[in-house]
Design a binder for this molecule. Structure first.
Ligand code: ATP
Ligand code: MG
Length: 159
């Protein structure tokens, strides 16, 4: 099992979207991105960029009231979860969970820390976003598994 850690800063919402766009451009079916961070950290902003990187034209918002929004207008389906209101991990299983993770699309999960990471299998990329000040964000990447590590490496900008 491989694991990689890396931290980067984002000074603006535009920058966070640009980082997401690189992720989307490098994404492949079956990829899983787990997003952690408080309200307003920028989880949706990162997802909006990722959607653009997948050539999804429509608006992407937090699916707070629905647990899942599917976007199928891009090169690969995007399954956008928001677990803010989830009470039990079994709600995900009831939703037909297995179809959405590691399948034909890219799964992005806001508030992924509401459930145990193991539910997402053994290969996923995790971004924890912290907010040291109004506009600054620190994104801490953790790639668990070989594909996630490749995805992160492909996304990372040359130094
Ligand atoms: N560097 C930055 N990166 C991302 N967002 C930023 C940054 N600086 C300021 N912002 C602002 O922070 C907010 C991030 O909102 P966003 O909806 O993406 O957060 P979220 O983590 O999805 O929150 P929620 O948990 O409510 O879904 C936006 O209003 C955005 O303009
Ligand atoms: Mg959100």
């Amino acid at each position: 099992m491989t694991e990689a850690n890396w931290e980067q800063r984002s000074a603006s919402v535009a920058r966070t979207r640009a980082i997401g766009q690189r992720l989307g451009a490098a994404a492949r079916p079956g990829d899983i991105l787990l997003l952690i961070g408080e309200l307003g950290a920028g989880k949706t902003a990162l997802t909006q960029g990722l959607a653009r990187g997948l050539d999804i034209g429509e608006v992407v918002n937090s699916p707070t009231f629905t647990l899942l929004k599917e976007h199928r207008s891009g090169r690969v389906p995007l399954y956008h979860f928001d677990l803010y209101r989830i009470e039990r991990a079994s709600e995900l299983i009831d939703l037909g969970f297995g179809e959405y993770f590691g399948g034909d699309g890219v799964a992005v999960v806001e508030w992924a820390d509401r459930v145990a990471n193991e539910i997402f299998g053994s290969d996923w990329l995790q971004a924890t976003i912290t907010t040291p000040n109004n506009h600054g964000r620190i994104i801490h990447w953790r790639a668990q598994g070989q594909r996630a590590e490749e995805w992160l490496t492909a996304t990372r900008e040359p130094l």
